[in-house]
Design a protein around this ligand. Structure first.
Ligand SMILES: C[S@@+](CC[C@H](N)C(=O)[O-])C[C@H]1O[C@@H](n2cnc3c(N)ncnc32)[C@H](O)[C@@H]1O
Length: 204
């Protein structure tokens, strides 16, 4: 049984994020960390973890249950110089890039990574085509079953939410254009996951 304090569609994909953490990860950053649940899990796999969120209420919740090698900062990750760029071996962004223009979010996230670092984005998109609606419909029974098994779908009260502006096709094309060589997968519970490795300096 899971030790998570609650289950929702973001928490459901934490295991995928954790599996993507590179061996020997020294510094990790979780942007839009919310109440810090993922950042605390990353702390078991990384030397140090920074969780950043611009919501004072989320950072208050995160600090209330912080672990030793995790720090939480109330900050806007998009603002230059607020979060140190070019130093993180691993950057995760779960359900946060749709809070701004996708291009701006990806540009900033890639700058935060150290050369050779890995970015994982778990994101939302809207249905644009009939096929999108059909695929999304397949998630309904899976969601019902999982929610039943996990005691319902819940999350921290007051967590800032936004609706996604881009549809599935738009976000897939933008990811492939902005993150050459990325692995993009649409998942059943209305999330996509992009994994991208930043080239090392001097690599082609
Ligand atoms: C839908 S919540 C997801 C939180 C968490 N990642 C999770 O999966 O539970 C999105 C979070 O991103 C934060 N956020 C949105 N834009 C941000 C920005 N530019 N800088 C920092 N945090 C941001 C919001 O305050 C909110 O807590």
């Amino acid at each position: 049984m899971s030790a998570d304090p609650y289950w929702n569609h973001n928490v459901h994909y934490h295991s995928v994020v954790l599996a993507a953490v590179p061996d020997g990860c020294r510094r990790a950053l979780d942007v839009g960390c919310g109440d810090g649940l993922l950042a605390r899990k990353l702390a078991a796999r990384c030397g140090s973890v920074t969780g950043v969120d611009r919501s004072p209420e989320m950072i208050r919740l995160a600090r209330a249950s912080g672990a030793g090698n995790v720090v939480f900062r109330e900050a806007d990750y998009l603002a230059g110089d607020v979060v140190e760029a070019g130093v993180y071996d691993f950057v995760s962004a779960v359900a946060v890039v749709h809070h701004t223009r996708f291009e701006d979010a990806v540009d900033r996230l890639t700058r935060l990574l150290a050369p050779g670092g890995r970015l994982v984005v778990v994101g939302l998109a809207r249905n644009g085509s009939l096929l999108d609606w059909l695929i999304s419909g397949c998630g309904v029974p899976a969601n019902r079953l999982l929610a039943l098994l996990r005691g319902g779908k819940r999350g921290p009260a007051g967590m800032p939410m936004e609706d996604p502006a881009l549809d599935w096709g738009e976000v897939r094309r933008a990811a492939r254009r902005l993150l050459p060589g990325c692995r993009f997968r649409r998942r059943l519970l209305w999330r996509y996951i992009v994994v991208w490795d930043k080239p090392r300096e001097g690599s082609p």
